[in-house]
Design a protein around this ligand. Structure first.
Ligand SMILES: Cc1cc2nc3c(=O)[nH]c(=O)nc-3n(C[C@H](O)[C@H](O)[C@H](O)COP(=O)(O)OP(=O)(O)OC[C@H]3O[C@@H](n4cnc5c(N)ncnc54)[C@H](O)[C@@H]3O)c2cc1C
Length: 481
């Protein structure tokens, strides 16, 4: 029997359910990846994401080559390309791991239908999450909207049947190779229409495992406190690996809980706080799978202040935000970190999102799109879920009238301004007292800091207290309408 393993967002060979099943049932296995031409043309994702993906694909191709298989790739409309490959290579079956994004579900349905007509067997598997949406439900089978309820049920499921972690299939070997023409080298970012940028986080399965080991042996021990400090290496930075499946979520949860079981200096609150974040990831995956309308608009219609009207003022403010030139150092540092590295610390993501929505009163979808185009870990479920959380339109969202004060957030989580100085070098010599609100520096202080406000670094584009009050007033007016 001859089968294709269709790789999509699962670029590894260990703990890969579709690959394991294909190796078990097929005597010949062809791994395939399709570059989705319409998606690449749409530029929904940016260079950071595409370069990281290419790095992961290179690594996957090399792991497969080491075992005698060659990763085949095609470029075009995925439904057509997969069906054509199945026909050309005369395969009996095709295996893939499921994806829960609405567009992916639609694509997979179309492929499955066409393959069924051609008599090709389709086998799909759970992989991207520990538990799929219909495995963690409320008492009457309803999808859960509150994270706390979801989390409780998730743990019940985990202890009822702890999911397996599959090893690299022992049957993945040279004898499975099929004599299809050897694959050409993978395309470069430039050939795909994207700027070549060095990945700031090392791509590939081995790097993901190395990073997981580093995190579990070190920073996880103080995660509960340090995860909020953007200047520290307090969190795992594994998100791009979860996004592209170079690391399986089952393996990550197991690694954390095993460290806890071994005892020693690992503390329970730290480990459980980290696993909580992995459960948030699954929570948003199940929100997207259960309520696909969120990908196109708010989960719920709530009364919130209207966004600023379109026009030059709105565009100017949005540009200032996108360029890290708002005059609010923590916001500017966050956006510049994103623009330079393709990643941003979670605490700062919340601050910049709140600032865009509540201080600048710009629609959250503009921020959501910008993040998708710049994040290496750009993921519809996590990005949409978090933006809706910040905009107070989501399932389990931030209270509508909670508005982050950027200066207070900065004083609390970056007290001496180390993070700000790293990404906003024009503030490098500003004192720790003034770094959070440099516009308050006197002329003398500006001279000493070699930073003239309004010249070297912008004055605040809005006054936070004023913007906050305006947001609250507009909210009250909406309620009374
Ligand atoms: C406005 C906004 C947009 C975001 N967009 C994305 C996105 O496109 N892709 C993405 O992966 N994350 C997104 N996040 C969530 C979070 O910021 C990142 O997952 C996290 O910063 C990644 O860093 P880490 O790997 O060090 O996380 P850790 O703190 O080490 O957490 C471990 C893993 O848990 C998951 N996780 C952690 N926090 C969250 C969360 N709030 N929601 C969902 N999953 C979480 C991630 O997979 C992460 O790798 C967004 C958050 C905000 C506020």
């Amino acid at each position: 029997m001859r089968g294709i393993v269709w790789y999509r967002r699962d670029f590894r060979i260990a703990d890969h359910p579709a690959l394991s099943a294909a190796c078990e049932r097929c005597s010949e296995v062809i791994p395939l990846f399709v570059f989705d031409e319409p998606l690449l043309h749409s530029h929904v994702f940016g260079s950071a994401c595409v370069n990281f993906m290419l790095g992961c694909l290179e690594d996957l191709a090399s792991s497969l080559t080491d075992r005698g298989l060659s990763l085949q790739w095609r470029r075009g409309e995925p439904v057509e390309e997969v069906v054509r490959a199945a026909r050309e290579w005369k395969v009996d079956a095709i295996y893939w791991n499921r994806d829960y994004e609405p567009s992916a579900i639609e694509r997979d349905r179309a492929v499955a239908q066409r393959l069924a007509q051609a008599g090709v067997v389709v086998r799909t598997f759970k992989d991207h999450v520990v538990f799929e949406a219909d495995e963690v439900r409320g008492a009457t089978g309803e999808p859960l909207q509150r994270y706390s309820a979801y989390r409780a049920r998730w743990w019940t499921r985990w202890y009822a049947a702890t999911p397996e972690v599959y090893p690299i299939p022992t049957t993945l070997a040279k004898k499975k190779a099929v004599s299809v023409p050897n694959s050409r080298p993978l395309p470069t970012a430039g050939e795909l229409g994207y700027a070549p940028v060095a990945s700031w986080i090392e791509p590939g399965e081995q790097n993901a495992l190395k990073r997981l080991r580093w995190f579990v042996q070190g920073p996880m021990h103080s995660y509960a406190t340090n995860r909020n400090l953007p200047a520290n290496d307090g969190c795992s930075q594994l998100s791009p690996h979860f996004r592209f499946g170079t690391l399986s979520p089952r393996k990550a949860v197991r690694a954390a809980l095993n460290a806890l079981a071994k005892g020693g200096r690992v503390s329970r609150p730290d480990v459980l706080t980290w696993v909580d974040e992995l459960i948030w990831r699954e929570f948003f995956q199940q929100v997207l799978a259960s309520f696909p309308h969120v990908a196109k608009g708010p989960f719920r219609k709530v009364v919130i202040p209207p966004s600023r009207e379109s026009g030059p003022e709105r565009d100017g403010l949005f540009q200032a935000w996108c360029n890290g030139q708002t005059g609010y150092p923590i916001v500017d540092a966050g956006i510049r970190q994103l623009n330079q590295t393709g990643w941003m610390h979670n605490r700062v993501r919340m601050v910049v999102a709140s600032f865009l929505i509540k201080d600048l009163r710009i629609d959250w979808q503009s921020g959501e799109r910008y993040f998708m185009q710049h994040l290496t870990d750009a993921d519809v479920a996590a990005n949409n879920g978090n933006w809706q959380w910040c905009a107070s339109t989501g399932t389990d969202a931030m209270r509508g009238y909670r508005i982050f004060n950027p200066a207070l957030q900065s004083k609390k989580f970056d007290p001496d301004g180390t993070y700000i100085r790293r990404y906003v070098p024009e503030l490098a010599h500003v004192s720790a007292k003034r770094i959070h609100e440099p516009h308050l520096m006197t002329a003398d202080e500006q001279e000493r800091a070699r930073c003239q406000i309004g010249n070297d670094y912008p004055s605040p584009v809005v006054d936070h207290q004023h913007a906050r009050q305006e947001y609250l007033n507009l909210g009250k007016q909406e309620v009374m309408r």
